[in-house]
Ligand binder design. Structure first.
Ligand code: 5GP
Length: 115
C-alpha cells in the first residue's frame, strides 16, 4: 500500500489541523501558511494526486467537492463578500502537496493576475 499523503495524515488525525468541515468524502481545514485572512484547503479523502490525474470515476467526487464550496463559504461567513478558489497543478502551477485540494481564499480583495 502506498504511503499516506500529508493530507491523508491530517484526515486520519495523525497530523493536527483545524478542521472546519468534514463528511464521508472530503474535509476542509485551515492552511498552515495562510495567504489571506481566511485560507482553507478542501481535500477529498481519496488521494487523487492532482486535477490532471482525476479519472472519469472521480466525476462525482469532483462535483461533491465543488458543491461543498458554497456550504463552507456560508458556514465561514465569506460567501457574500466573495472569495477565490485555486487548484494548483504540477510544477508550473505551484503545486507542493501531491493530493488534490481546492484553496479557498477570503477576507481581503484578491488581485489579478495571480503570481
Ligand atoms: P499547493 O501548493 O500544493 O497548492 O498547496 C499546498 C498547501 O498546503 C500550501 O498552501 C501549504 O501551506 C499547505 N500545507 C502544507 N503543509 C501543511 C500542513 O502540515 N498543514 C496544513 N494545514 N497545511 C499545510
Amino acid at each position: 500500500m502506498a504511503d499516506k499523503t500529508l493530507f491523508q495524515k491530517i484526515a486520519d488525525r495523525e497530523i493536527p489541523a483545524e478542521i472546519v468541515y468534514e463528511d464521508d468524502l472530503c474535509l476542509c481545514f485551515r492552511d498552515i501558511n495562510p495567504q489571506a485572512p481566511v485560507h482553507l484547503l478542501l481535500v477529498p479523502r481519496k488521494p487523487v494526486p492532482r486535477i490532471a490525474e482525476a479519472t472519469p470515476e472521480d466525476q462525482e467526487l469532483l462535483g461533491h467537492l465543488f458543491s461543498r464550496v458554497r456550504l463552507i463559504a456560508e458556514q465561514e461567513g465569506f460567501a457574500t463578500a466573495g472569495f477565490r478558489t485555486v487548484v494548483n497543478n504540477g510544477p508550473h502551477g505551484g503545486e507542493e502537496v501531491p493530493h488534490l485540494h481546492i484553496h479557498l481564499l477570503a477576507g481581503r480583495q484578491m488581485t489579478w493576475p495571480p503570481g
